[in-house]
Design a protein around this ligand. Structure first.
Ligand code: HPA
Length: 278
């Protein structure tokens, strides 16, 4: 039997954060693998370790710190997650998405979600950034939807619409920010799998046929929870490796972290441009 997150649990975390932070963030930002350095650009930063929050999951993955960083980016009050929680770490879907619930109860209306992903689209190259225009909820299709269990009626409806997981006007802002900075912005569908094993060539051919342009091990549950609470979402994938549909090369976590060094400055410029346009 899965333990589902309750409103009281979420609000306990919210209270601890409120005691340490006086600003009201307007944007929540989740940093993906290899993209953690973005948090170092936050001004007037207050840092709160996940381990100091009641019943909060702790990120166990190399390349992920484990704290909230609250402060200003481009003059906008933001709350960053430096280190995300993944389902493959052994946490429940409720724990994986607890940070987004906390953002909602803190009154944060916007979410920018970033990740490292394998490029399934044949034209995508390592180091590219992809604007996520839609998502394939493969975890949910196999019974792992983060909304399973009692509905939190105070936050959203039992059967939330998912016709626009990624906000179209935010997509336009990201396109403009990329153009202003002469960054080529790819676009496409992100497929979310549980991981932690990378995909087999047959998995990847299946994903391509299903319409995926990029594949990763996160994001989709967080975006479903965000939309349940009516947050507006922007999604960016850093393409860290080419998904290998014929099995001729191997994929490693080290390569994912390494690619983050090229991707971080691009993602930072796009995020800054979007924040400016909000
Ligand atoms: N597959 C799944 N997740 C990933 C990949 C990949 O190729 N690259 C980075 N995250």
């Amino acid at each position: 039997m899965q333990n589902f997150i309750t409103l009281a649990q979420i609000d306990e975390v919210v209270q601890v954060i409120r005691r340490q932070v006086s600003i009201q963030p307007v944007v929540g930002i989740i940093l993906g693998s290899g993209l953690n350095d973005l948090a170092d650009s936050v001004q007037k930063a207050v840092r709160i370790s996940y381990s100091d929050l009641p019943d909060f999951p702790v990120s166990t993955v190399h390349g992920h710190a484990g704290r909230f960083v609250i402060g200003e980016l481009e003059g906008k009050p933001v709350l960053l997650m430096q280190g995300r929680i993944h389902y493959y770490e052994g946490y429940t879907m409720g724990q994986v998405t607890l940070p987004v619930r906390v953002m909602q109860r803190l009154g944060i209306p916007n979410l920018i979600v970033t990740n490292a992903a394998g490029g399934v689209h044949p034209d995508f190259q390592p180091g590219d950034v992809m604007l996520i225009t839609d998502q394939l909820n493969l975890m949910g299709m196999s019974g792992l939807n983060p909304l399973m269990g009692p509905n939190l009626d105070e936050i959203g409806t039992r059967f939330p619409d998912m016709s626009q997981p990624y906000d179209r006007s935010y997509c336009d802002l990201a396109r403009k920010a990329a153009g202003d900075n002469k960054i080529t912005l790819r676009e496409g569908v992100y497929a979310g799998l549980s991981g932690p094993s990378f995909e087999s060539p047959a998995d990847l051919r299946f994903l391509r046929l299903a319409g995926a342009d990029a594949v990763g091990m996160s994001t989709v549950p967080e975006v479903i929870i965000a939309r349940h609470g009516n947050m507006r979402v922007l999604g960016l994938s850093g393409i860290s490796n080419k998904a290998n549909l014929d099995g001729s090369t191997i994929t490693t976590h080290e390569e994912v972290i390494e690619a983050g060094k090229v991707i971080t400055p691009k993602v930072e410029k796009i995020v800054r441009g979007v924040l400016n346009g909000l």
